[in-house]
Design a protein around this ligand. Structure first.
Ligand code: A3P
Length: 303
């Protein structure tokens, strides 16, 4: 694989029509890891967060963990300890205590079969794709997973709208999910909108608690919302999370891991796309959206 000066891969891995980040298990054998995920032995009380990258996975994972524990306390672990396509080996997941708050970016068709057969709970977060594109550009410029930093327009054309997109691209990922949700007669899937959670955190967190069947009072909901606000979560991430332990040797950036992980909590706002999309890019995106999503009922909130 082509490499940067620092020895890191320069190009995404391509598998099943998807561009994938160079997580060591995917670099080793993406097909093998995807099949391991699909064949994962599941428990009835597993909760699976299935979220397109840069849509608020870290945030909602922290809320889910607090709800499941009924405590507004941070865990030492970050979501990356439970991240199916990135963890060094699957025995990590086999040995976790229940209920397991697992998370993944793989598209619906690759989810653990047993979890779906069990009617296991799936939490999905949908964020407007313009903010996703901006967040993703900053992410890859920060981690350098796809090579040297790119300006937004180049990133948008090359990767976000390129011929092979991250995890198959936002459009196909969300349409596949929408189709699964339409067939989900057992109400196993719960979709939260990033923007709704940001605007009405108490109300949306209550809905999430109800979906997870956890009985929590208003006081605890308010505490969880406060502990999971952008500012406090970023602070917890910077000061008490066990960040380095999970990063495999191959992905370490001499002494820079803490800084890189800190930048993952970047702005946490709705509408930063307005600072990055030119009028022409915006028109291009809207035309693509109208074409790609013409049969979809998905509503996105751009502000
Ligand atoms: P920005 O880059 O727009 O700031 P993921 O966890 O799926 O990688 O998503 C990362 C995005 O979620 C980043 O967006 C990050 O700042 C944002 N985020 C993380 N915690 C948040 C919070 N508590 N409230 C709002 N946004 C949050």
């Amino acid at each position: 694989m082509e490499q940067n000066g620092d020895g890191k891969p320069k190009k995404p891995i391509i598998f099943d029509g998807m561009a994938l980040p160079p997580f060591p298990p995917l670099v080793k054998d993406a097909k093998e890891r995807f099949e391991e995920i699909r064949d994962l032995p599941c428990r009835e009380d597993d909760v699976l967060l299935v979220i397109y990258p840069k849509s608020g996975t870290h945030w909602v994972w922290e809320i889910v963990c607090m709800l499941l524990k009924k405590k507004a306390e941070y865990m030492k672990e970050t979501k990356d300890f439970f991240f199916l396509e990135a963890i060094p080996d699957m025995s990590v997941v086999h040995n976790l205590a229940s209920p397991r708050p697992l998370n993944t970016h793989v598209p619906y068709r690759w989810l653990p079969k047993q979890h779906i057969e069990n009617g296991g709970k799936i939490v999905h977060v949908l964020r407007n794709p313009k903010d996703v594109a901006v967040s993703m550009c900053h992410h890859f410029n920060n981690t350098r997973e796809f090579g040297e930093p790119l300006d937004f327009k180049t990133f948008y054309e090359k990767f976000f709208m390129g011929p092979v997109q991250l995890f198959g691209g936002w459009f196909s990922y969300e349409k596949e999910f929408e189709e699964a949700e339409a067939k989900d007669t057992g109400s196993a899937i719960f979709t939260l909108h990033y923007e709704s959670l940001k605007k009405n955190p108490i109300q949306e967190t209550k809905k999430l608690a109800k979906f997870l069947n956890v009985d929590v009072n208003d006081e605890l909901i308010a505490e969880i919302v406060d502990k999971c606000s952008f500012k406090k979560l970023k602070e917890a991430n910077d000061t008490m999370k066990d960040i380095i332990k999970i990063i495999p040797e191959e992905m370490k950036h001499e002494g820079k891991d803490k800084e890189i992980m800190s930048k993952l909590y970047r702005k946490g706002e709705i509408g930063d796309w307005k600072n990055h999309f030119t009028v022409a890019l915006n028109e291009h995106f809207d035309a693509m959206f109208n074409e790609e999503m013409k049969d979809s009922k998905i509503q996105v909130q751009y502000e």
